[in-house]
Design a protein around this ligand. Structure first.
Ligand code: AMP
Ligand code: MG
Length: 490
């Protein structure tokens, strides 16, 4: 039986966009997890295959007949410095498949061995980061945040050498595409206008076909990528997600979150929060993410200038207007998110103040971001209010804020039970808390035990449901449990 009908659209781009090659084989692969429901959505008839075949496919030991495996080329700004050649140093794109709605999805093995883009790397991934990516990308999806998905995880039976000797693994990731800002930068840096145009046309056809109805499709592409990223980063900010490595090669054209390296969810609210061990200056701190998003989009706009107009001044003016619109678009997405988090329906002039005052009070009170919003849903009743206030280390400005919020709720005259229900559908009870993620990884790496991984995956796949039996997964880390640094593991 052929394994899926791969479409292999990327292979139709010019030959300098990729290097065709199969994954390197591994010694004794074991299937850790297969995402059946995602496979169904993608109409992959793989669920019927024997586990042995799945293990071979997801370890790279067997390439599906119709696949056209390749490593793709891209460049990127890493921590502000331009690197003209990065590319898939440890990932192999098998090809793309179509879901039930006719949308295309890439299927890619990450950790599949060395490629011409590996530089000094070994082309492999360690088990810990693979499980982290699996869990957090699925959590993001369940939270309603555009994200690449996890289709499978396998252990390879081979060891990888980082600071420690670690078990190796491969994650199979599914993405609306793997086009990144860095893909455009690769061809712009080489002044290869011909390939750049073909990549842009491909991006338009795949993600933003409406652009073709406008006078200037490349400007429309820029417009829509800016919009998708403004919306995405607003969603991150609304759940306290910190990506950790917002390099331009880790920012998609589709508007999906990609590359879950040292990412983490913030606990006590503080915009300066940084987890990533490699982010020494806090470039990618929680509160900087919108600004960095705009900076990255500016790099994207630069690559498109020659396509937008032959007249450079005109191209720059048009692109600059687009880039300048990022802040107001982001603010509007973010504020809409905050309104629903606060259980407000109407749009009022002082909503922005109300949102910011709440965050200030949470920061002063050192309140856990997730619990704070989850408990706010109960704060219309006296008892619930007490529980909400108990989260604050000191009461400070929160009492005043609550008065304002309650009077606003009364003015909107909404049914408190319905308001609470609505708030609970946007304010998660469960996020993948960092200290629990670390425990889950330690269980797997040191003891080859995956029950905590399975538990956490089940819990964060229903983030808005109260799951009283798992309430300890909803609790913030105690001081001695706190994880301050997260690692890429690359
Ligand atoms: P990342 O930090 O995962 O976004 O990766 C940045 C670049 O480094 C990409 O070009 C990756 O393909 C490459 N890279 C990361 N880890 C490895 C590895 N173990 N072997 C080869 N290349 C890698
Ligand atoms: Mg990357």
């Amino acid at each position: 039986m052929p394994l899926a009908r791969f479409i292999n659209s990327y292979g139709q781009l010019p030959a300098n966009c990729f290097v065709r090659m199969a994954p390197e084989s591994v010694s004794s692969p074991k299937l850790i997890k297969f995402n059946n429901s995602l496979a169904d959505d993608l109409m992959l008839d793989w669920a019927d295959l024997c586990p042995d075949t799945l293990t071979k496919v997801f370890s790279g030991n067997q390439v599906p007949d119709t696949a056209d495996p390749m490593a793709t080329a891209y460049a990127g700004h890493q921590f502000g410095n331009f690197v003209p050649q990065l590319g898939d140093g440890r990932a192999i794109l098998l090809g793309d498949v179509s879901d039930q709605g006719g949308r295309l999805y890439d299927i890619q093995l990450k950790g599949a061995g060395r490629t011409p883009y590996s530089r000094s790397g070994d082309g492999r991934a360690a088990l810990g980061p693979v499980l982290r990516e699996y869990l957090i990308s699925e959590a993001m999806h369940a939270l309603g945040i555009p994200s690449t998905r996890a289709l499978a995880a396998v252990s390879t039976g081979d060891m990888v050498y980082r600071e420690d000797r670690l078990p190796g693994a491969i994650i199979t990731r599914v993405a609306a595409s793997h086009l990144r800002i860095g893909t455009f930068q690769y061809f712009a840096a080489r002044r290869d206008l011909n390939t750049l145009r073909q990549v842009a046309d491909y991006a338009i056809a795949r993600h933003y076909p409406d652009s073709l109805q406008t006078d200037n499709p490349y400007l429309a592409l820029l417009d829509q990528v800016i919009d998708a990223q403004a919306s995405l980063i607003a969603k991150w900010m609304n759940v306290g997600f910190i990506h950790g490595v917002m390099n331009t090669d880790n920012m998609t054209i589709s508007g999906e979150t990609i590359d879950f390296g040292p990412c983490a969810f913030m606990e006590a609210f503080d915009p300066a929060t940084v987890f990533s061990a490699i982010d020494q200056h806090g470039r990618y701190a929680y509160g900087n993410q919108p600004r960095i998003g705009q900076w990255n989009l500016t790099r994207f706009a630069e690559t498109l200038l020659p396509l937008i107009s032959d007249d450079q001044d005109q191209a720059v003016n048009k692109a600059t207007d687009q880039i300048n619109s990022f802040s107001s678009r982001f603010r509007s997405y973010w504020l809409n998110g905050m309104r629903t988090k606060m259980g407000l329906n109407d749009h009022k002039a002082d909503d922005l103040d109300l949102a910011n005052e709440l965050l200030t009070a949470m920061q002063i009170g050192q309140v856990d971001f997730t619990l704070g919003f989850r408990n706010l849903g109960d704060a219309q009743s006296e008892k619930g209010r007490e529980r909400f206030l108990n989260l604050f280390a000191q009461n400070g400005p929160i009492n005043q804020w609550l008065e304002k919020w309650l009077s606003r709720q009364r003015k909107e005259n909404l049914n408190p039970i319905l308001v609470r229900e609505k708030m609970n559908r946007v304010n998660p009870a469960f996020i993948p808390r960092n200290h629990m993620v670390e425990l889950m990884i330690a269980d797997a790496v040191a003891h080859n035990r995956f029950d905590r991984f399975e538990d956490m995956l089940a819990i964060v796949s229903r983030p808005f449901d109260d799951q009283p039996e798992f309430s300890h997964y909803a609790d913030p880390a105690r001081p001695e449990e706190r994880v301050r640094r997260t690692y890429c593991g690359t």
